[in-house]
Design a protein around this ligand. Structure first.
Ligand SMILES: Nc1nc2c(ncn2[C@@H]2O[C@H](COP(=O)(O)OP(=O)(O)OP(=O)(O)O)[C@@H](O)[C@H]2O)c(=O)[nH]1
Ligand SMILES: [Mg+2]
Ligand SMILES: [Zn+2]
Length: 358
């Protein structure tokens, strides 16, 4: 199916006070200040609106084209489009970047999305709901410097939506939590504060939680395929297979993503600290600076567990996430080191070769 991108591309004349075609795509000072005015015509900015295996779908002011796959670009990125040599198109500095450790044995990192203003972490009021997984998503967003919001879909299918809301609220004071029926007319109004003109928001979460249903609700159209009715829709096949931006009537840009099976954090220490701010605050009051909270005297963390103010399971999840992040970050650093060493080796081999030739 070829998407109709005409909504992104109004006619040439833009009335005053109306957003320009680039602003409609989320363009703003954070990007324009990175380039000289004459670069705008030589290498015009385009936004990556979809990532396919075969390449990047990009849109700009009167530009709609596909770029070859570029490892350093991801959906949401702004790229200075070099029509003569598309591969050399330069990625502009980002406002934010969401990344994770690539699934599988490869230790590399995977870029998920760039220049997102709000991450909606979506889960459902059913067996998909999992506090540990929510904590991961929140850490991912905080690490990227993005405001996360938790959305609990399918409240209409349970009598107990409020208990899910309470469990989600207990994770962090800094995160708004909303129960929302994605199949109703609630989403546009409920999410309006975050979906203002020119803002880019993303739905992240497992398969089947309603990310595409929410995107359709914001679009006001059933433009995107969603899962059919099944007995158990909390698990199973993935319906959305690629990441794509959609422009919605409010003027915001919405990223629908495929469900993630596995979310491993890497280089996310500050994101984890933000989610577990309460434990970090307690740790600051421990007698020893390097307290491991494993029975040392004067440990404020263990004291909080003992007096019931800190859930021991939460402490355990914090430890686990920190350990995982430390391991992944170290292996990634090692890999980067190796890549650099390999790069140097290739360079010096090339130099030898040209020296020999010369
Ligand atoms: N009753 C009810 N059904 C919902 C709600 N949200 C989503 N659904 C249904 O759940 C199923 C899965 O929704 P999708 O929007 O396809 O889920 P997704 O998160 O996009 O899934 P992937 O694309 O596989 O990642 C569909 O049948 C939706 O109609 C809700 O709030 N209430
Ligand atoms: Mg989907
Ligand atoms: Zn301690």
């Amino acid at each position: 199916m070829v998407r109709d991108y005409s909504a992104f591309m109004p006619g040439a004349a833009v009335p005053q006070n109306e957003p320009t075609p680039l602003e409609r795509l989320g363009w703003g000072p954070a990007f324009s200040q990175q380039i000289e005015a004459d670069a705008l015509t030589a290498t015009p900015p385009v936004r990556v609106v979809a990532v396919h295996r075969s390449g990047l779908q990009v849109l700009g002011d009167g530009i709609q084209t596909k770029l070859p796959p570029m490892a350093e670009a991801t959906v949401g990125d702004w790229v200075l489009y070099d029509a003569n040599s598309p591969r050399d198109s330069r990625v502009l500095e980002r406002k934010s970047l969401i990344k994770r450790r690539a699934p599988g044995h490869d230790r590399s990192e995977q870029l998920i999305a760039a220049n997102i203003d709000t991450v909606f972490v979506v889960t459902s009021c059913n067996q998909d709901f999992n506090v540990a997984r929510l904590e991961r998503y929140l850490a991912l967003a905080f690490e990227a410097g993005i405001e996360p919001v938790i959305l609990l879909t399918k409240p209409d299918l349970t009598d107990d939506a409020q208990s899910y809301v309470e469990q989600a609220k207990a994770i962090s004071d800094r995160v708004a939590v909303l129960a929302i029926n994605a199949k109703s007319d609630q989403p546009a109004e409920a999410l309006a504060d975050w979906c203002r003109k020119g803002r880019t928001v993303a739905f992240l979460g497992s398969s089947g939680v309603g990310k595409s249903t929410l995107t359709n609700a914001l679009l006001g159209a059933d433009a995107i395929a969603t899962q059919g009715i099944r007995e158990d829709d909390a698990r199973g096949r993935h319906t959305t297979t690629h990441r794509e931006l959609h422009q919605i009537p409010s003027g915001a840009i919405v990223l629908d993503t495929p469900g993630m099976r596995e979310l491993q954090l890497t280089d996310a220490a500050s994101g984890i600290a933000a989610v577990f701010e309460d434990i970090d605050d307690l740790a600051a009051a421990c007698r020893f600076n390097d307290c491991k909270h494993e029975g040392e005297p004067g440990c404020a963390v263990q004291a909080a567990v003992a007096d019931g103010t800190l859930d021991p399971d939460r402490l355990e999840r914090w430890r686990k996430l920190q350990a995982e992040d430390a391991f992944n970050s170290a292996t990634l650093a090692q890999r980067r080191g190796k890549d650099r060493a390999f790069g140097k080796m290739v360079k010096s081999a090339m130099k030898d070769k040209s020296n020999r030739r010369g």
